[in-house]
Design a protein around this ligand. Structure first.
Ligand code: ZN
Length: 311
């Protein structure tokens, strides 16, 4: 009898404790621990999630300034961040070429969205060399980026339907900013004369950008930095620069500028001076806390740099 009473006391105490814990949780809504933990690959996606998730999310971006997603391999702490996440957003379309297996495993445990793969296939660009390969650099087409971010909104609402209205409102406000950016980019890019509408970069990250603003794009390496470039590629670009009298070429923040230097030297040997028009953000963004560390600022930087060098 005595044992039963002690047991009873124990059970009631436990019940009270758990009730206390529950009410504690509900009074601290908005608390750090209550936020949805989101892990993303590239910083462009992290920035989108922050804008859409607002105060309800805590975002960890695996890749930072200077990181090349094509070659990026997940470290132990990255795996931990992915394991601790409530939800994962990545680009997909093989952008994160060395992490496919990880995403496959993670998606068995938790929601993992390849946001670029939500875009209808007919809107995506194929590799001219191999139609089976799809160009993953969709963030450079602002309309496509909105479609990808709509997948972020969908994922957050599915996980946290309680804040559906807030996520929708945040998305609408952010999309208005993206529309403004698009208008700005169109106006600025139109200032480049027809004869200079060639964008030469280290790798083929700017095909969506070029298509959106009527620029011809020439990358030394293909769609992934995983591929090699040869003397033939350099020679071809040198010829284009010389024949069409192009003033400037561009380096990328996440790629060594060695290949672009070879192009500049090649043109010089043919008596044509080409300058470095500046550094563009292709697959990575700027430092966190700076304007270029946001999608809007990174995009504007690219537009301003290109227009300044080629107009
Ligand atoms: Zn790339």
């Amino acid at each position: 009898m005595k044992v039963a009473r002690v047991w009873m006391f124990f059970m009631v105490s436990m019940l009270l404790l758990s009730v206390a814990a529950c009410s504690n949780e509900s009074t601290e809504t908005g608390n750090e621990n209550e936020k949805i933990h989101v892990t993303t690959t590239i910083a462009q996606i992290a920035d989108g999630v922050k804008n859409i998730g607002g105060e309800y999310v805590e975002v960890d971006s695996l890749m930072g300034p200077g990181d090349d997603p094509h070659l990026y391999k997940a470290s132990h702490s990255d795996i931990q961040k992915l394991q601790n996440a409530d939800i994962i957003f990545y680009n997909g379309l093989h952008l994160e070429g060395k992490m496919l297996e990880i995403f496959e495993n993670m998606s068995k445990e938790k929601p993992a969205y390849a946001i670029a793969e939500a875009i209808p296939e007919e809107k995506l660009r194929k590799d001219p060399q191999d139609p089976n390969i799809i160009d993953p650099h969709i963030w450079f087409n602002i309309d496509l980026w909105k479609l990808a971010l709509t997948e972020v909104k969908k994922g957050l609402i599915e996980l946290d339907p309680e804040h559906k209205e807030e996520y929708e409102k945040n998305t609408e406000a952010y999309f208005a900013k993206l529309d403004q950016l698009k208008k700005y980019a169109e106006e600025q890019m139109a200032l480049i004369p027809d004869s200079q509408r060639v964008l030469v970069t280290a790798h083929d990250a700017f095909n969506y950008f070029g298509a959106a603003y009527n620029m011809e794009v020439k990358g030394l390496q293909g769609l992934s930095t995983d591929s090699e470039y040869g003397l033939g590629d350099i020679q071809h670009i040198v010829d284009v620069l010389v024949e069409r009298n192009i003033k400037a070429v561009f380096i990328e923040s996440s790629i060594s500028e060695r290949s672009i230097q070879a192009v500049i030297e090649g043109a010089k040997k043919k008596g044509h001076d080409v300058s470095i028009g500046g550094e563009l953000y292709s697959d990575a963004m700027g430092e966190e806390g700076t304007e270029e560390g946001t999608y809007l600022g990174m995009y504007k930087h690219n537009v301003d740099t290109i227009v300044e060098a080629l107009k």
